[in-house]
Ligand binder design. Structure first.
Ligand code: FAD
Ligand code: EPU
Length: 362
């Protein structure tokens, strides 16, 4: 068995606030694409124990009996609503950060799944605990971080996660998943596969470094910016600042332009395919990945002529072709349609299938 039930002593006597289920909620403010859609039901989850109450309420039992879908929502920065959501959205707002144990070299920090990811990074970096500095500035919640194993500037969150606690919707049991149980891969985990839409992550525990921190500084854009600033031995606070500054210059801010970061994953191809492409395109952008090569999807999309393309209010960002944007009133279907045209043209030109990173809802 890849996970086991957590031995959580349920303090049933704790008085939890009564959960309210809102109906016909507009979701425009709940997704960074800024797509106008609505949800049939929405409830806010503020404490893990509210799940016990939620799944006992008559309304939820009726919904479950009718097999209504359930979606856990963080900040909506990695999903696209393609139409109104007919089921129940559980908006994760479980807060809290605490130290579980520490020694001279490392520290275990637990965070509620509804904490903002970048607040947690700021909290840990501010105390001199190393590990998260390269992941500064990524939008979203702590609970979503393990789902796609967020990564940036040469670091993936899987290198920091000790364990994840989740509620299993069908069995109504608490699960504790070790790092190995989570089956992390590039933008992948068990939560996108066997446990997709079945587990509600309520907290995660991270192992961070104290004292001398071994940092990852080899990502080209990071190295270049440190060099430009004449910083040869940065501490984690400087790396955190530089990473966020670099991100601000490269990525559109969802507050001013709807987007969900990279729309596709960078595809991995074998060495034969890469050699053939390199003959035709000597400037092919790639990195070794396992036994193959990870190709920059932004490069493929740009070379296929899509960078800066706009159809109505759906577009391919003019400064980073891997990011699809909503200039205002694009629908989820408009963005999906554009993404499918891009996939078809990249497949035709390079023989490479682009896999979506962004989650399509429903
Ligand atoms: P949501 O979009 O709300 O949810 C994403 C998925 O996770 C959904 O399927 C949802 O059901 C599931 N989920 C969310 N919370 C839980 C939970 N508690 N339990 C179970 N399932 C859950 N990503 C990177 O990896 N690296 C980057 O550098 C990066 N840069 C970005 C830059 C911008 C400008 C934007 C807009 C996005 C970027 N992203 C990046 C993508 C996004 O920030 C991450 O995927 C983030 O982890 C999503 O968090 P969220 O809370 O918004 O999740
Ligand atoms: N490129 C182009 N044209 C473009 C965009 C990119 O040619 O329009 C080429 C350039 O050669 C560039 C290379 O692609 O050097 C890589 O680009 P970049 O450094 O911007 O990174 P990315 O591969 O496009 C990935 C992640 C990002 C993460 C950055 C930094 C994926 C799918 N995306 O983007 O994550 O922030 O690296 O580490 O792996 C996200 O997942 O949402 C996300 C933003």
């Amino acid at each position: 068995m890849f996970f086991f039930e957590a031995t959580i002593t349920v303090l049933i006597l704790i008085i939890v606030p009564v959960i309210t289920i809102e109906k016909n909620i507009n979701l425009k403010a709940f997704n960074t694409f800024g797509v106008d859609a609505s949800a049939r039901y929405l409830c806010r989850l503020r404490q893990p124990l509210e799940l016990l109450e939620l799944f006992e309420t008559e309304e939820i039992r009726e919904l479950a009996g009718n097999r209504v879908n359930i979606l856990v929502l963080g900040e909506g920065s990695n999903l696209l609503f393609t139409e109104d959501y007919p089921g129940l959205i559980i908006k994760n707002e479980i807060r809290g950060i605490r130290v579980l144990e520490e020694d001279e070299k490392s520290i275990l920090v637990e965070a509620g799944a509804g904490e903002r990811w970048n607040d947690l990074v700021g909290y840990t970096v501010g105390r001199g605990w190393g590990g998260m500095e390269n992941l500064g500035g990524i939008p979203g919640t702590v609970g979503a971080a393990p789902v796609q194993n967020i990564g940036a500037y040469g670091v993936e969150v899987s290198s920091l996660i000790e364990r994840v606690t989740a509620w299993h919707i069908d069995s109504k049991k608490w699960l504790t998943l070790s790092n190995a149980d989570c089956r992390f891969g590039y933008r992948d985990s068990i939560f996108k596969n066997e446990l997709k839409n079945k587990a509600i992550i309520v907290s995660a525990v991270f192992r961070l470094t104290k004292g001398t921190v071994a940092m990852s500084l080899s990502y080209a854009a990071l190295t270049a910016e440190l060099k430009r600033r004449n910083v040869s031995h940065p501490d984690i606070r400087e790396v955190f600042e530089v990473v966020q500054d670099v991100r601000r210059t490269r990525l559109p801010d969802p507050a001013t332009m709807g987007n969900a970061g990279s729309f596709f994953k960078n595809p991995v191809i074998d060495s034969g395919h890469k050699s053939r492409l390199e003959k035709e395109y000597p400037d092919l952008s790639f990195n070794p990945h396992g036994t193959g090569y990870k190709i920059a999807a932004g490069w493929l999309i740009e070379k296929a002529g899509w960078k800066g393309y706009r159809s109505g209010d759906a577009g391919c960002y003019e400064n980073q072709a891997l990011i699809l944007v909503n200039y205002g009133s694009a629908t989820g279907k408009d963005i999906l349609e554009l993404s499918e045209r891009i996939q078809a043209s990249v497949l035709e030109k390079f023989g490479i299938s682009l896999e979506r990173e962004v989650n399509l809802i429903p």
